[in-house]
Structures are given as C-alpha cells and as structure tokens.
Design a protein around this ligand. Sequence first.
Ligand code: NAD
Length: 325
Amino acid sequence: MKILVTGGAGFIGSNFVRYWLSHHDDANIVVLDSLTYAGDKANLKGVDAKRVAFVRGDIANAAAVKFAMNDIDVVVHFAAETHVDRSIADSQVFLKTNILGTHTLLEEARRREGQIIRFHHVSTDEVFGALSLNEARKFNETTPYAPKSPYAASKAASDHLVRAYFNTYGLPITITNCSNNYGPYQHPEKFIPTAVAAALFDKPIPVYGDGLYTRDWMHVEDHCRGIEAAILHGRPGETYCLGGDAERTNLEICRSVLALLGKSPSLVSHVKDRLGHDRRYAIDGSKAKRELGWEPRWKFEDGLKETVSWYRMNQALWLPRLKQK
Ligand SMILES: NC(=O)c1ccc[n+]([C@@H]2O[C@H](COP(=O)([O-])OP(=O)(O)OC[C@H]3O[C@@H](n4cnc5c(N)ncnc54)[C@H](O)[C@@H]3O)[C@@H](O)[C@H]2O)c1
C-alpha cells in the first residue's frame, strides 16, 4: 500500500510516518509538506529513506498535489496551520492552508476516481466549541459544530468539505476529531513543550488566566493508532471522535512538569488570557471503541514522564525552534 501523508514533517505527521512504517512492512510513504515554521525534515531523521519519499510542496498548489498523489492508494491528511494564538493574530494563512489546501487535495483525489481507496482527514475536537468546567456533557459525533477561534473555524470548514466530497462524489473519506496531543517532536510553541522548556531553564511558565482551562490529553502514539483503526476499519463517510480519557487543567500539567523536573511550583506565572479562550474540551470516544475497537492505551502520567524526558534528551532538535518562536 502506498500512502500520501500531508504534513508529515510536523508533530503528529512525523510520529504517524514512524508508526505506520513500523506496523506495515509492505508500506511505502510519500510525505507532502511545505516546511512552514512548524515543519522540519529533522523530525523524520532516521526513517527508512527507501520507503519514504519527501516532496516539498504546498497542499494549496494543484501541481504539487497532482505530483504527490501519483500512484497513491490512501491519503492521510495532517497538513494544517495549527496554532490557535497565531490564528487570532492573523488568520489568512489558516484559511488558505486549512480550507483551500484541503479542497485542492479533495479535487485531486476525486479526479482519480477509483485510485484513492481512502482519504482520511485528521481534525480536532475544537470544531465543537467549548464545554463548561462542571457539566457532564462531552463532545461526540453528533455534537453540532460551534467553532470559536479562527483556527477551529478553518478546521470546521475543512471537515464540511471532506464530508461534502463523500456525499457529492462518493469519495471514500473518514474523519477523526481528536483531543489535544502530546509527545515527542511537538513544536515548542505548544503548551506542554513550552512548559517543559521554561522549567528546564528555570524560567516562568506562562499560564493563561486562572489556569483552569481543561483539555483531554492524548499521547500522540494513541492518536496514530486511532487514525490507523479509522483507515483500516472505519466505514467510508463516517466520523470518529478520539479522546484521551485524561482531562487535566493547565495548572495541573504545569505542576506535574515541575515535579518531574524537580523544580519549584513558583515558576508558574499567570499571564493575560487568550481572546475567546475555550474553557474545556472533552471527548466521548465510545463510537471509536465500539466500531473500531480502539481506545487510548497510554496512562497520562506515564506519557507525560516519557515526553518530559524526550525534551530533556533532544534539546538540539527543538531549542533552535524555541529561539525562532
Ligand atoms: N496537535 C494537536 O493536539 C492536534 C489535535 C487534534 C487534531 N490535530 C490536527 O492534526 C494535524 C497535525 O497537527 P500537528 O500538531 O502535527 O501540526 P504541526 O503544526 O506540528 O504540523 C503541521 C505540518 O503541516 C505542514 N504544513 C503547513 N501548511 C502546509 C501547506 N500549506 N502545505 C503543506 N504542508 C503544510 C507544516 O510544515 C508542518 O509540517 C492538523 O490537521 C491538526 O489540526 C492536532
């Protein structure tokens, strides 16, 4: 099977390339990535070059997409602008990549009728909006879309386009909406790497507002397994919500990171809140458990310990990115 991984030089995409190669002996992969500030070929260092071809190109460029999709059986679409704060500062590139880029991929896939046996779109729980801290409700596949940030709105639009290509053209798509990921190779602009980097150098860890913003954390390896399950066992046209079963507040995470590194809790520094900050996300992953036989395996405390240790051991990889932030 030959698969196209868009955004394969980013955090989850590079973990997915490693995961797929190590679980599918017959697989060959084409990575299509434009190498924005968030992508780095170094994230793919050590992967078998005989089985992975790298194409530098923009998913919104039809010629690049046509070239990369040649002979492909399965498309796994990760490429996106992903940082909420950047989307609040300037959302234009989010619309171009996340919406027009997804549309360009869909057009090329439908043009190749019968060739693409699965188009898997990787999305986020942020499309569903926000939950309050104490409500029992969680997001699931029937939750109405109510994105709040420009990032979430652009991902919501891309989800709708992907579904439209199933309904209109019969393109065999699946979508996964996943909760917040953590693990190796994440860009240091994101929350957990920011906290680890600050703590390692005894700098204050910036925590938005009261620090009670709550996310459902998932180890990236569990996410990769969930995507694999959706591709291999998911029904075309279906959406699967993937949750980590590990709701934690930002304050709890900071305290855990500081404890793991033996640093003082006084490094927590409350800063001005993000505009329109969503209070809580949580996912009910029962459909994925029932239909795909998938559930997260990592216990959050073990995954965080492994992640903190990875950042400590791999500073040469992420320190230059931290300086560019
Ligand atoms: N990180 C999370 O917690 C999380 C949770 C749920 C869903 N997701 C989704 O998973 C996907 C991957 O997220 P991530 O955290 O790995 O992102 P990331 O920012 O680490 O990586 C994105 C990758 O896409 C590439 N890219 C960006 N624009 C491109 C373009 N126009 N053409 C080609 N390549 C381009 C970048 O160079 C980079 O390699 C995204 O679609 C995101 O919405 C992420």
